[in-house]
Design a protein. Structure first.
Length: 141
């Protein structure tokens, strides 16, 4: 009885997908919003107010959606998720500033570092949406 050995076929490694510039911006925006959400949003002489007591929990959820937008392979879904992150971060942070201003005016408080991070992350997510839309249309390579 003779046995023949058959060569084992090597499986090809799947090609790694590189992140384009828009998704890199979305990753940075998601990190900023994620870090800024639980940090202090309002600083007063009495103490600081955490973002989780206001809209920070919702911006945290939007940051998780932004991370998913980085990983999803579909361009339109990624753009939609980046747009939701942008609207949530800028909208909720703007609401927080307007709410505090309506309560006490501009005297006696200042924006905390978390609020600045969330606003910066929202603006960066908006820039990522613009860049990914341009890439989708073929304007930018």
């Amino acid at each position: 009885m003779t046995t023949t050995s058959t060569p084992v076929a090597k499986t090809a490694r799947p090609a790694r997908r590189r992140l384009d510039r828009g998704r890199k911006q979305l990753l940075g925006a998601s990190m900023l919003v994620l870090l800024g959400s639980p940090m202090p949003w309002v600083s007063t002489p009495v103490g600081q107010v955490s973002g989780f007591l206001g809209g920070g929990l919702w911006t945290f959820y939007a940051a998780m959606l932004g991370f998913a937008g980085v990983l999803v392979p579909f361009a339109k879904a990624s753009i939609a998720q980046a747009a939701i992150l942008c609207l949530a971060a800028l909208g909720l942070a703007g609401w927080q500033v307007a709410h505090v201003w309506n309560l006490v005016g501009f005297g006696g408080w200042s924006p905390g570092v978390g609020l600045v991070f969330v606003i910066g992350g929202g603006a960066l997510a908006g820039a990522a949406v613009r860049r990914m839309l341009a890439q989708l249309r073929g304007v930018e390579g």
